[in-house]
Design a binder for this molecule. Structure first.
Ligand code: ZN
Length: 282
């Protein structure tokens, strides 16, 4: 384990925020970022992201399986962000989805873009990668730090919190964009919440930090991106109350490997943040 400072403002001033699974989250007293401290070494993080196993009080298993229902959800997000306009121009769009998991978003995009999209997924977890390939998707794993290809769009859904140093990683993604290229990011907008109202579990040490809309917009602008659109949605882990959802939560409670929150009425449900940003031409 290593002691780290805030990767946004570099401040070492921090206060305890909350604990879970034998790990601590601290809050940066300068900018408000929430981050895991101390945290596993880089080599351990790399290994964990490949295998899906994380060390804590309990070994956290995060492999899961392809979730068909996510495709409906992703399709409605693509419509909210008017991506049909991009594909109606008849130009072939190259799109890289980083941390594509089982490939739900890749499959949604392949259907959405049709012949106008070249979609590649990047996934370090071997089990997820193999599963997605079996479904016929173009999924690879390569080292982004030495990757030379450029793309029109790079998306990273639910990746931010797993990154050891987001400013560094996102800067690299921006370099990988063609002129006028775009990023689409999804992460929680939760750093401004008190621990009482933060969504749980935090999934430590799988998640390394939690940001806010303000911090992420500033980060993107500092990297020369223009933020085009930000939307927030109800967090997936907060079910909308109905008899069926109540039964599903009860099932999740008893099924191993599932998490039931029973949080039908959280105080801050709409913290699932999506950001679309464009590279400003130099
Ligand atoms: Zn800070």
């Amino acid at each position: 384990m290593i002691e780290v400072d805030c990767y946004i403002c570099k401040s070492s001033k921090k206060e305890h925020y909350d604990s879970e699974n034998g790990h601590n989250i601290v809050k940066c007293m300068e900018c408000g970022l929430l981050y895991l401290n101390p945290r596993p070494e880089q080599s351990e993080i790399n290994e964990a992201s490949k295998s899906g196993m994380h060390k804590g009080d309990e070994l956290l298993k995060v492999t899961g399986k392809f979730k068909e229902y996510l495709k409906i959800d992703y399709l409605s997000k693509l419509n909210d962000f008017s991506y049909a306009v991009m594909f109606s121009e008849g130009k072939r769009i190259s799109w890289l989805d980083i941390g594509c998991g089982h490939g739900e978003f890749v499959e949604t995009l392949a259907n959405f873009g049709g012949k106008n999209i070249d979609i590649i997924g990047l996934e370090p977890n071997i089990k997820k990668l193999e599963g997605a390939r079996e479904r016929g998707m173009d999924i690879k794993f390569f080292d982004l730090t030495t990757h030379q290809d450029k793309y029109d769009v790079i998306s990273a859904l639910n990746v931010y919190s797993h990154l050891p140093n987001p400013p560094e990683d996102i800067a690299k993604w921006c370099d990988m964009l063609n002129e006028g290229g775009e990023l689409l990011l999804q992460t929680g907008d939760s750093a401004e919440l008190t621990a009482e109202f933060h969504h749980k579990p935090y999934s430590l040490p799988d998640h390394l930090s939690f940001t806010s809309r303000k911090l992420l917009v500033e980060l993107l602008e500092n990297l020369g991106m223009e933020v085009l659109q930000v939307e927030t949605y109800r967090m997936g882990q907060y079910p909308v109350f109905s008899a069926l959802e109540l039964l599903k939560e009860i099932a999740r409670f008893f099924l191993p490997g599932h998490v039931a929150t029973f949080q039908f009425f959280p105080k801050y449900p709409d913290i699932d943040m999506w950001i679309r940003a464009k590279k400003i031409s130099k």
